[in-house]
Write a protein that binds this ligand. Structure first.
Ligand code: MN
Ligand code: MN
Length: 295
């Protein structure tokens, strides 16, 4: 019964969108098969950097500490000498979600500039830290190519197993719940500091010093109903979730207890997050701690 209602409302929505907003109606209105796939027929894939470039990363191959690496699945600032990203930014909507299984094909990233050390699939072996995805595997299930991109080692950070598999995973799951409910999300996450506590205790580096173990893992999430011109649709009432977690195996599993402000993450990292959003809106949403549901 529910799906019938979705089909009817979805068809009505598509028909009206085909008239008013051709940019977003990528599915022809007269295609009942497409309509029946989802109640959320207007979800699209949009720019992974629509909320801005937090650190002013550039593609100069001598920018060793703030190198802009762009893939169709996500964008990042990579730090050659830490062997991990500073931050990774991506768009999430149901348009990115499909049925491709987890590929588990961890691999060095051959697109790094020549001469740069390439962290390998076994670089974290025996360290007591997980190969923790920044952009999660399960956010990119539309194709084998999309999912495989998330397994590039440039997308990984050494993450305490309990943080990665519980706290972080719970928030990742919640983000997909929001996407499947008709929202689109802009997610920016990263890590900072040096030294964490994994399954084998405290460490500052692994892979003979070529990969830094971060002290903290943070994430900022902007939640919007599906639509276009997203940066300009962020208002003072838009839900923005920010968390900052210790990279420590004693972490609590409830991500909600690590909520903080975007301002605090900006102060800790020196970045300007959500820089594509108007300054007045930023000042409001970045100084507020989210108090919304956590599942
Ligand atoms: Mn959009
Ligand atoms: Mn900002």
């Amino acid at each position: 019964m529910k799906s019938v209602i979705y089909r009817i409302t979805g068809l009505a929505l598509l028909t009206s969108l085909a008239v008013s907003c051709s940019k977003d109606s990528v599915i022809p209105a007269a295609n009942p098969a497409a309509v029946s796939q989802s109640a959320d027929a207007t979800a699209t894939r949009e720019s992974n950097l629509a909320m801005g470039n937090p650190s002013g990363a550039t593609t100069s191959t001598t920018n060793y500490t703030n190198y802009l690496l762009t893939k169709s699945q996500f964008s990042m600032s990579y730090h050659r000498d830490r062997g991990i990203p500073n931050w990774v930014s991506w768009h999430l909507s149901s348009a990115w979600l499909g049925s491709t299984p987890r590929q588990d094909n961890f691999a060095a990233d051959a697109t790094l500039p020549s001469g740069w050390y390439r962290v390998g699939s076994t670089s974290y072996s025996g360290s007591g830290f997980d190969r923790g995805h920044n952009c999660p595997s399960a956010d990119r299930t539309g194709s084998v190519a999309d999912n495989s991109a998330t397994f590039l080692m440039t997308n990984m950070m050494p993450q305490a197993p309990r943080n990665n598999q519980q706290t972080w995973a719970n928030l990742e799951n919640y983000c997909r719940t929001l996407a499947n409910a008709g929202n689109e999300l802009y997610i920016i996450c990263g890590s900072y500091g040096r030294g964490g506590t994994g399954a084998n205790g405290y460490a500052t580096t692994l892979d003979a010093g070529r990969v830094t173990v971060p002290a903290r893992c943070w994430k900022v999430i902007v939640v919007l109903p599906n639509g276009s011109s997203d940066a300009s649709r962020v208002t003072t009432s838009t839900r923005v979730i920010a968390i900052d977690t210790p990279n420590d195996n004693t972490i609590q599993t409830t991500w909600g207890s690590y909520r903080t402000t975007v301002d605090a993450i900006e102060a800790a990292t020196g970045y300007d997050l959500l820089s594509a959003v108007s300054a007045t809106v930023q000042s409001t949403v970045e100084s507020r701690v989210d108090a919304g549901p956590t599942s």
